[in-house]
Ligand binder design. Structure first.
Ligand code: ADP
Length: 267
């Protein structure tokens, strides 16, 4: 074979669509995140943007693998792999030696035990309730008239974090509104919201046991306030990457590369 092998991984989430173009199974040639997910034009736009940035066409991709909530709905995808396996695989590529992955996405949260080579060993998941997910943060940010990308900076200013006692998103939203009307500083409310998310996630993650190295993936890993709360609560360092949101798509692109190599070996 001559020339580089390009593969495409597409993660069609409930909230965002992500794509990674991978060169030779290890170099990210380009990536994209479009903030709308399954059932929208998001997947198509994510693919177009990643291909354009890599200066490639879809025909140049030797294999396409999809993952995420909407993984069965992508025309042109040769195969799909569960997001659990893809987050394990992608995390291992960026953080060799990872044993625990905490993925907080738009509508669910997963704690994944990772074995040798980025193999999925075990997992626990909450996809029944918005508390502890990105959705909870999206709702609260809207009430506070902030962007989710501003929450961490706000949290860093807090001197007196409040306690959010409701676990239900709807009741927690009312609690936040009530705190706002009592003139509680926004930063202290944000810090309380982050602690509430972290405590839900910690409860879940402890069910599979926390073994270092611990990596956080998904869009919420970009929120340093939540990461800090998790570190305090778990008593371990939590590794994150600026590319945390595309780690599932990266895992899918690696699976696609492995398929290409296997097919060639069988020829
Ligand atoms: P899914 O795969 O379920 O679609 P993602 O892993 O893409 O979810 O994460 C989406 C979530 O990430 C959003 O709900 C939002 O709360 C959070 N998020 C996205 N961008 C940022 C950012 N820049 N800072 C903090 N949080 C973010």
């Amino acid at each position: 074979m001559s020339g580089a092998v390009y593969t495409l991984g597409v993660d069609i989430g409930s909230t965002a669509s992500k794509a990674v173009v991978l060169r030779d199974g290890e170099t990210i040639a380009s990536m994209s995140v479009i903030p709308v997910g399954a059932g929208t034009t998001g997947p198509y736009r994510a693919i177009t943007s990643a291909l354009e940035d890599a200066g490639k066409r879809i025909e140049d991709m030797m294999c396409v693998c999809s993952t995420g909530y909407g993984r069965n709905s992508l025309p042109g995808s040769e195969f799909d792999v569960s997001e659990l396996s893809c987050h394990a695989k992608g995390s291992y590529a960026l953080f060799p030696g990872v044993h625990t992955v905490i993925d907080i996405g738009g509508q669910d949260v997963k704690a994944i035990r990772v074995g040798d080579g980025g193999r999925l060993v075990n997992f626990v998941m909450n996809d029944k309730c918005a508390a502890g997910t990105g959705r909870f943060l999206d709702v609260m940010a809207r009430v506070l008239e902030l962007k989710v990308s501003e929450l961490a900076t706000m949290d860093a200013k807090s001197l007196n974090q409040i306690n959010i006692s409701s676990t239900c998103t709807v009741f927690a939203e009312s609690e936040v509104i009530s705190n706002l009307s009592k003139q509680i500083p926004i930063e202290d409310i944000v810090a309380g919201i982050h602690r509430s998310v972290a405590s839900r996630v910690i409860g879940l993650a402890k069910r599979i046991g926390i073994e270092e190295k611990v990596v956080m993936t998904g869009g919420v890993a970009q929120n340093a306030g939540v990461v800090r709360c998790l570190e305090r609560g778990l008593g371990v360092h939590v590794h994150t990457s600026p590319n945390s949101q595309v780690i599932g798509a990266l895992g899918a692109a690696i699976f696609a590369y492995e398929r290409v190599i296997k097919t060639m070996a069988n020829k």
